[in-house]
Each structure stands twice: as C-alpha cells, then as structure tokens.
Ligand binder design. Sequence first.
Ligand code: CP3
Length: 343
Amino acid sequence: MNTSFLDACNKKVPEHTPVWFMRQAGRYLPDYRRVKGDRHVTEVARDPDLASQVVVDAVNALGVDAGIIFADIMLPLEAMGVGFTIEENVGPIVNKPLRTIDDVRALDDFDPDAKVGYIFDAIEATIRKLDGSVPLIGFTGAPFTLAGYMIEGRPSREMERTKDMMYRQPEAWKLLMRKLTKMARAYLSRQVSSGVDAVQLFDSWVGCLSPHDYRTYVSEYTREIMGSLSGKVPRIHFCADSSSLIEEFVGTGPEVVSVDWRTEIADAWARCGRRASVQGNLDPVLAMSGGKPLTDGVDRILADSKNRRGHVFSLGHGVLKETPPDNLRYVVKRVHDKTRRRS
Ligand code: CP3
C-alpha cells in the first residue's frame, strides 16, 4: 500500500507529498463519462459495480495517492425522508424545504443499512478493486451544509433562510443539528467498519458564518462527530471558503484541515501547523487553465510547505468539469518529483 497520504495525515514523514483531488472521479474524465453513459450521477452511486469502477479508474488515470468513495452528500438524506434531485450544473434541489420545527420532527431516523446499504457494498467493492494500492477516503456532509440544502431547497451562497432558522428558531435548529449529527456519526462509523482508511467531513458552505456564530451554532456538532472517530481513522475537515474559520476548525479536533486558495498556505501553516496537517490549496481554476501559472502555483505551494510535516496536496475545492486530465497528471507528477525522499 502507498501510505504517503495516511503518513501525511498522521504527521509522519511520507515517501513523497501525497496528492488527491476532490471530484477526481467526475465529468472532466473520459473514463467517467464512458462508465456513466446516460445514467444520472445518483444511479452510478447506487450501483456498487459502477461506483467502485469510477473510483479506481480515476486513481489509475491520475496516479493520485488516495481514492474517495463515489457517493454524494445528499444520499443519506434520502434515508431520512428528504426527497431531492441533483440537477446538472446546478446542484441538489430539495422537494419540500424545511421551514418549521414540525418539518424537522417529521424527519425519519437514519438507519444506514436499511436505506444506504449500497454505499457500504460499494466501499467493499472499491477496496477489492484497489487491491491494496492506495487508501480509500470515506465522507459525509456536515450538519450545517446539509441543513443549508434542506432549508434553502437549492444551492445558496448567502444561506439566508438557514441562518434565519438558526437565529429565530433555536429549538428547530438544535433538533435539526442533533438529528444530522446522529446521522453523520452512524454513517461514518459504518463506512469505517466497511474499511475506509480516512474520512472527510464536507462542511462546504459553513464559511458564510462569522467565527462567533460558528462557535455558537455549529462547532459542538462538528466536535462530536470528530470525537466519535477519535483514534480510529484520520479525520479531514473541509470547507470551501475557510479563511476566517481555520482556528475554529482546528479546535474541533481533526488530524487535517483543508484550506482554499484565498489563504496563503504559509499563513495556514502558521495557524494550524503544530496541531493539524494542512490539505490544499491550489485554485481549481489554475488546474483547469494550466501552463506557467499552474506550474508557478504548484511550486509556490510546495516552497511554502517545505520542512513542514503533514502536507496533503490538493485543490481548494473540486475539479472543474472543463479541466484537461493532463493538467492533473502534471500536478501529481510535479508534486511527487519535487518532494520525493531518497533513502
Ligand atoms: O471524486 C469525488 O470527489 C467523488 C464523489 C463526490 C460526489 N459528490 C459525486 C458527484 C463527492 C465527494 C461529492 C460531495 C458533494 N456533493 C459535495 C461536497 C463537496 C463540495 O463540492 O463542496 C456537495 C456540495 C455535493 C452536492 C452536489 N452534487 C453538487 C453541488 C453537484 C454539482 C452539480 C453539477 O452538475 O455541477 C453534485 C453532483 C455530483 N456529485 C457530481 C459528481 C461527480 C457531478 C455530476 C455528474 O457527474 O453527473
């Protein structure tokens, strides 16, 4: 097994700086488009044979140091009675957005094996196909980000209705956070028992909160989810616009904090270097555009991370669908070549 990713998560010295990309199995990749055919992304995720294939194809196509299970943050919500569709180029649309505490009370209890058993079958199939080559990352959406989709009903930058519930309906908010925390714990624990080697908590949109509000309304739930996996597998915290909350994320207890390009990585090292590993932080647009700006961007991140233990090289957010796969292969090779340790 290539252990560079797990070594970096655990602040051990890896053979080379590990690389993986969010959405590495996606529409930019010809293999993915071929396996997907005219199926919907959720159909691929529900079919363990296809879901495992797209993960392994992406790992092989790019030469990355980890795979990530093929699922979507919305799938476990279906098991709580939330109807939704994922619209291409838009994102998740929820049929009946939550408005009141009664809507929250009406959510079903999450039973992983009864409703999303196919995900654990896909994890087992993926591990078989990876055949010990690289570790597999599991994931869940975090309570705030999932609540955002459930309350807004569709992708939103400002999360106005979500924050409005948070401020004006504290009982409803707490009950919703509690139910989603329970789901995330059960879901991740079942992923770990199926064999994933690390987990990433996607709190993609929580960067819209002030540090004070993050501490007041969200951090206890994240800390509880992180704590429930303590000592089991490395835990990564992800937020898409993380710059104002990095210390808060470190405080919830993960091994790794993912940061985006809005923060200088040198600054991220100063803010979490002793307590957590740092994942990031190339701009996905640079990865798409390529050329000298990409080379310079990669080199700058590596220079600023030199002599730092625990760097997981990645993008600040997911691969864009117009990205040439060759650009990502180039990034992987350059990071490996420039950081390889000879013993
Ligand atoms: O390689 C991987 O990263 C694996 C799988 C993965 C998917 N979704 C499959 C998918 C992961 C890790 C996710 C997580 C996810 N889903 C997040 C958190 C990560 C982030 O981007 O912040 C979020 C917010 C979602 C919700 C969601 N699903 C969005 C916003 C979209 C994009 C809509 C679009 O068409 O642009 C999806 C669809 C989706 N989920 C795709 C994939 C590969 C693209 C659509 C497709 O392949 O048909």
